[in-house]
Design a protein around this ligand. Sequence first.
Ligand SMILES: Cc1cc2nc3c(=O)[nH]c(=O)nc-3n(C[C@H](O)[C@H](O)[C@H](O)COP(=O)(O)OP(=O)(O)OC[C@H]3O[C@@H](n4cnc5c(N)ncnc54)[C@H](O)[C@@H]3O)c2cc1C
Length: 418
Amino acid sequence: MTEMAEQNVRDEVRAFLEANWDPNRSLIEWRNILVDSGWGAPHYPKEWFGKGLPAAMSLVVDEVIRDFGAIGAAKMGIRVLAGATILAHGSDLHKQTYLRGILTGEETWCQLFSEPGSGSDLAGATTRADFKDGKWIINGQKVWTTSAHHADFGLLLARTDWDAVKHKGLTYFILDLRQPGVDVNQLRQMNGHASFNQVFITDAVIQENMRVSELGEGWKVATTTLMHERRGADGARRYDQKIDRPERIYQEYNEEIDHQLAPYIWYPQRTGRVDLLIEHAKAAGRYEDPAVRQEIAKVLGLAKSAEWTARRARAAQQQGKPQGPEGSIGKLAASHVARASNLAHTKIAGPNAMLTGSDSWMDGTIAEILVSTPAISIAGGTDEIQRNIISERILKMPKEPRTDTDRPFREVPRNQVT
Ligand SMILES: Cc1cc2nc3c(=O)[nH]c(=O)nc-3n(C[C@H](O)[C@H](O)[C@H](O)COP(=O)(O)OP(=O)(O)OC[C@H]3O[C@@H](n4cnc5c(N)ncnc54)[C@H](O)[C@@H]3O)c2cc1C
């Protein structure tokens, strides 16, 4: 991207905002104008609500919109993965039907991949899709489904062929969650929050035109979703900030953030934030303690290397390069930072670190951080799985011995979920 090209984009976006931005519009009305202009998702193709610009230019556009005091397209939650997957693999009908609602924030998505018997081994999914009378009938159970309790649609991986080997019998669909037969139950986590759900699916219906992959080719499409997920979970997580202004659009925007971020609100507390460590060390009167300072310095070093790895991954993505190992390394680094930060927190708080509730030091904040940390090394692929990926794909070490990849899935021994 030349400086000239970037300046032209900045000028064009500013001119568009000067002509169209009005904080007294409703959020949805404004986002529709933005999406129609192509500046909501400038890295999307021109025919699909974008400008066909490189992803790096998209960041420039976001910056101009933010500096102007305006609001950009909706970019929180699983909708980002849904948008990227539909753009890469969806039909024109899918793009026409869903991309606008994804960008305006009017529709919310969830990812229906994990099951009680298949999380790390996603390709072992047993939720079934059977083709009957021109429609797909879905039966099964999904679990750990973030945001399903307020999602309109789900990215669904389901088994359509039990006689194929496990990676070849899966098909990728869009499931409308607002139908009978989809039963969403919130799960309470040990940190007290309830961000994910179990989803029971009984004779739910998907029309044939809502199949995203070719039959039995769902794994390929799922890989696109997972690639975007890992890149987003690599320690460079960013949250939209509320805007403290009275006009209608800002109020609606702040409400949207509260609603959308509710399932994620505890994430920032646990991802090895050095600023929190310093704040807590000062509050506990341990800021001068050499042992505490040493632990904080260690976390800072780790956090910086995780952040820079994440930035490298993002830079590669912006240049349109295919996913490299940085996603796995960055994700592993982020969970390492979180654990190092836990150690520092326990040095700061001592036995108080274990206490929860209003009687405890800092209202149980430290205990909440400690019990929230395991999630970061599980969500989006566990640390062990990232290590397998790194050893096989980067270090070229021998693959794990597998006994289930070359026989029909029907014959693969597995736990039965009743
Ligand atoms: C905060 C959070 C949000 C999530 N959101 C979603 C969501 O929105 N949608 C969704 O579909 N899923 C979601 N998940 C599920 C997540 O992707 C799975 O929990 C994860 O992939 C691990 O699968 P599992 O829980 O079945 O663990 P298992 O696969 O049963 O693993 C148990 C343990 O065995 C280890 N293990 C398994 N296989 C191997 C191996 N081959 N080599 C070495 N060790 C191995 C694992 O690393 C782990 O330590 C979420 C999870 C969390 C924590």
